[in-house]
Design a protein around this ligand. Sequence first.
Ligand SMILES: [Zn+2]
Length: 165
Amino acid sequence: MPTPRFIVDGMLGDVAKFLRILGYDTLYFPDLNDRELIEMASREERVLVTSDEELYKLANRRGVNVMLIRGGASREEKVAFVFASLRIEPQFDPDKTRCSLCNGKLRRVPKEAVKGRVSENTYRAYDRFWVCEGCGRIYWIGSHWRNINRSLRRIRQIYMRLVEG
Ligand SMILES: [Zn+2]
């Protein structure tokens, strides 16, 4: 199975962000209407992720690969549900992760390349840096990504429960 790509509806920004962090090409345009979401999902062969039942039914009728997520669930439950539906174990790889803001690919850069672009403290404390090819934001393990492993542990627990249950 090829690596899935996603388009996420306007209510699920937190899910979009996490899918990007886990390395999945994920579009998120909060202003698109249902018709535009369906068209884009269809044209780009993306999995449409939504918590809107009407949109889900409509997309289904148009033959779009669509996934309905329960609105009241926590972010961790929602993300776990996406992976459980695809039977893909969620994993974090800093060399595959994407920019949570713009979906751009991150490129590993030598430490010297970010000198003057991050704070002195950060520069001293960390050795591995990545730059977003889309928006130029700089990433390093220890700040932006500090909480990822905690969330991921929780997501993996829920995932296991879902695929075994
Ligand atoms: Zn970016």
